[in-house]
Design a protein around this ligand. Structure first.
Ligand code: PLP
Length: 386
């Protein structure tokens, strides 16, 4: 059929040489996916079953990232979401309904708590919290309608390592599902499914992305029925991951082993050094005995990463703690972690259900800078308090 040039801008007859091979996954950006014939068109979300249908459910770039996360976490399927918070929202919405009860540890990531308190409760879901160190004692928090028990190990900011297998066993006896936020371990140093977890999620924003330039999350399951529930909910709420971000995450992933090694070693070395400092009361690093649940970390984890917290001795004022944070030159002040840059953030823990660290707790993320420089930076910032 003859075509005007304006039509050719859209419907071209050109071809390019076939057989291109490279080490990188192409960025397939698409909303519309083409079907070979009218009868083949379907809006089914499960592209593993029916082939590609719509960009919402993932282009090949997105599905490759999903499959690679799934391979690392030894699951059946992974769903990639736009941000870690999107991943945990998807899990809540897929598993819970009006009248159900969800249990979360007191140490859960703050925005997860906010979602449960502000959104789930509005939809008639009962929400309550248990001490992160409860282990099998979590049973005392169960209600007849408890459907989901969350774990996050180590916990956000206060770093309590949880007895996930004990919690999973108790939850399963009760007929509840166990979800783990496994971001700290990068899905690598804690084998979620081998420890009884049903659904594991991580913020790929952190170690998989690795360069502080993207927001992605993942949800991984072993059970095809759980995948079905997640897939249907993912379709219904519409939270597609960007293929561009997935492409960056695929690149980040290739260097994750070397990055994790360096940030893990540097963080541990700094944590040990800080533990000797007179200004510091407590170092909350899972690989140090001073961290609640350290014995569980030794039993269940195969490594440690770059994030830990310190608690200043009693008597240090909030102004002094902020002065320390401001005096740091290499540790930048900013949320999130898992990139190449060291970061610091101070917190104010006020709830009576949390450890009484108050304003004295500071979280550190160790990046890829030279260890001696990071130590010197901490030293000069501590000296500034004199
Ligand atoms: C433990 C944990 N889970 C989930 C998230 C959410 O990830 P995102 O920032 O990609 O939404 C974060 C982010 O800081 C986190 O620290």
């Amino acid at each position: 059929m003859s075509k005007d040039w304006k039509t050719r801008l859209i419907h071209s007859d050109v071809t390019v040489p076939p057989g291109f091979r490279a080490l990188t996954t192409p960025v397939y950006r698409a909303s519309t996916v083409l079907f070979p014939e009218a009868s083949a068109a379907t809006d089914h979300w499960n592209q593993y079953e029916v082939g590609y249908t719509y960009g919402m459910y993932g282009t090949p770039t997105v599905l490759e990232l999903a499959a690679r996360i799934c391979e690392l976490e030894k699951g059946f399927r992974t769903v990639v979401t736009p941000g870690g918070q999107g991943a945990l929202s998807l899990i809540h919405l897929a598993l819970l309904k009006n009248g159900d009860h969800v249990l979360l540890p007191e140490s859960i990531y703050g925005p997860n708590r906010a979602l449960a308190n502000q959104v789930l409760r509005r939809f008639g879901v009962e929400v309550s919290y248990y001490p992160p160190s409860a282990g099998s004692g979590v049973v005392s928090a169960f209600k007849p309608n408890t459907r989901v028990v969350w774990c996050e190990s180590p916990g956000s900011i206060t770093m309590e390592v949880q007895d996930v297998p004990a919690i999973a066993e108790a939850a399963h006896r009760h007929g509840a599902l166990v979800v783990l936020d496994n971001t700290w371990s990068a899905g690598i140093y804690f084998d979620a499914f081998a420890h009884g977890v049903d659904i594991t999620m991580q913020a790929l924003t952190k170690y998989i992305g690795g360069h502080s330039d993207l927001l992605l999350g993942s949800v991984t399951v072993c059970d095809p029925q759980l995948h079905e529930r997640l897939g249907q909910t993912h379709q219904a709420i519409g939270c597609p991951a960007s293929p561009d971000d997935c492409s960056l995450a695929l690149r980040g992933m290739k260097t994750m082993a070397v990055r994790l090694k360096v940030v893990g070693e540097s963080a541990l070395s700094l944590a040990r050094w800080l533990a000797q400092r007179p200004e510091i009361e407590l170092v909350l690093h899972p690989a140090l005995p001073s961290c609640p649940g350290h014995e569980l970390w030794k039993r269940d984890f195969t490594g440690s990463t770059g994030l830990f917290s310190v608690v200043f001795r009693k008597g240090f004022t909030r102004e002094q703690v902020l002065k320390f944070v401001d005096a740091l030159e290499l540790f930048e002040i900013g949320y999130s972690w898992g990139g190449v840059t060291s970061l610091v953030m101070s917190y104010q823990l006020e709830s009576p259900k949390r450890p009484a660290y108050g304003h004295r707790i500071v979280r550190l993320y160790t990046g890829l800078e030279t260890l001696d420089d990071l130590r010197a930076d901490l030293e000069q910032a501590l000296s500034a308090l004199k």
